[in-house]
Ligand binder design. Structure first.
Ligand code: KG4
Ligand code: ZN
Length: 398
């Protein structure tokens, strides 16, 4: 089955084409035929965060170029032999995105239908104005090419991509033992989720979830980004804080002055919930009480913040692993790219559970993860009704 996938939930405009087989009677196997991603980081950097309407505008500008790039890479752009049809309806679907309609019209007049069986699109969670652009684009393509849509939960995409491994060009499923616990850490989420295998799926892909804990305020990625901003570091903050913290570790700069020591919020709390806004406030207090930071102090402080965030994430994960007898821990979401968090988790879990992490380049948002998750639902014929499909900013895993 060939799946064209579209991801526009936040500040990445991404389109990919994958070809997948199996996961029913034979093992799952997939190849990425085309993959295009436009990161809006530079656009949002000056604000230190993502602006929903700006993100929407950027998705509108970039979807057709990303689609073209993806299909070119897959060698699926052919001249249009048939007269394009249904423009009237397509225009209606893209009523609120006239610029996208104009670009898509030219595209459809120029190129024929690629070999694609369905379209997977992220419908939540995320920024609703941004999600809508991807959804409407998927609806338009589904109509133009007469193929169904699979609506994908972005967080499930992060889980599934962590459960895959790549050998040469081929992706397969890593062995999974249940119970499975997913630690989802991104710019919008901090969640602990238990997953069960799906019934009519013999290869153990999780497709049913139960939330056991979540952040009560800021997401951990958001905390990285806000703290970076307080420290006048570039957006997104995660990679930069991580880089400085690693320098501190390499230079054994652990003697943080007492005044720089940060709290580990909710670490001893009985629930599986998190809270990162107090950590951010503690950082602000330190920043306000100090005139300047030397380079070394900045490295030490970045390390202290990263240690604090990691300590809490790891303590709660271990607690859940013990209580639920977890066999496999999957880490997903942009913050799972963090080297320190990966290292600490792998060290702590080494004798208790299997740890699955995504390939670093697939940890942050991309369309490949949406296509992969979409495949498992398409296999079960779980298609969306284009008339009722809508953006769900607060979509939960179920
Ligand atoms: O999953 P993602 O790409 O987008 C959302 O769905 O939110 O995650 C983006 C988040 C940002 O907050 C970014 O700062 C964080 O992931 N991030 C990191 C690292 N790389 C990205 N945080 C910590 N360490 C990293 N290496
Ligand atoms: Zn994400």
């Amino acid at each position: 089955m060939r799946i064209l996938s579209i991801e526009t939930s936040c500040d990445e405009t991404a389109v990919s084409l994958i070809e997948a087989t199996g996961a029913d009677t034979t093992p799952f196997e997939a190849r990425v035929l085309g993959n295009a991603l436009y990161s809006q980081i530079a656009v949002h950097a000056e604000y230190g965060g993502v602006y929903p309407n700006l993100a929407k505008r950027e998705h509108i500008h970039n979807l057709v170029p990303m689609l073209t790039q993806c299909l070119t890479q897959a060698d699926e752009l052919t001249e249009n032999a048939e007269l394009p049809h249904a423009f009237e309806y397509i225009q209606k679907i893209l009523d609120r995105e006239p610029e996208l309609f104009e670009q898509l019209k030219v595209f459809l007049e120029t190129y024929g239908k690629p070999r694609v069986d369905c379209i997977a699109v992220t419908y939540g969670p995320g920024l609703e104005p941004a999600l809508w652009v991807g959804i409407n684009f998927a609806k338009a393509l589904s109509l133009a090419w007469n193929i169904p849509i699979v609506a994908v939960n972005h967080m499930e995409g992060h889980i599934i991509i962590s459960a895959l491994e790549q050998h040469d060009e081929t992706y397969s499923l890593k062995p999974i033992s249940y119970p499975l616990l997913a630690l989802l850490i991104s710019g919008g989420h901090t969640e602990l989720v238990l997953a069960e295998p799906s019934e009519n799926n013999t290869h153990g892909v999780p497709l049913h979830y139960r939330l056991v804990g979540q952040t009560r305020d800021d997401a951990v990625g958001e905390a990285f980004d806000k703290v970076a901003r307080l420290l006048k570091l570039p957006y997104p903050g995660g990679p930069e804080i991580s880089r400085l913290a690693e320098i501190a570790r390499a230079n054994k700069l652990e003697a943080t002055p007492m005044s720089m020591i940060l709290p580990r919020p909710m670490i001893h709390d009985n629930s599986y919930d998190f809270s990162f806004s107090g950590l951010k406030t503690a950082v602000r207090r330190v920043v306000e009480s100090k005139e300047t930071f030397t380079d070394v102090e900045l490295q030490q402080f970045a390390r202290e913040f990263e240690d604090a965030a990691a300590d809490v994430l790891i303590a709660k994960t271990i607690k859940a692993v013990e209580e639920f007898g977890v066999q496999t821990v999957v880490v997903g979401g942009g913050v799972s790219a963090n080297i320190h968090i990966r290292r600490q988790l792998s060290e702590t879990l080494k004798n208790t559970a299997e740890l699955l992490v995504p390939q670093p380049e697939l940890a942050t948002d991309n369309a490949i993860m949406i296509g992969m998750a979409g495949y498992f639902h398409a296999l079960k014929k779980e298609f969306a009704d284009p008339n009722t499909l809508r953006a769900e900013g607060n979509l939960k895993l179920t």
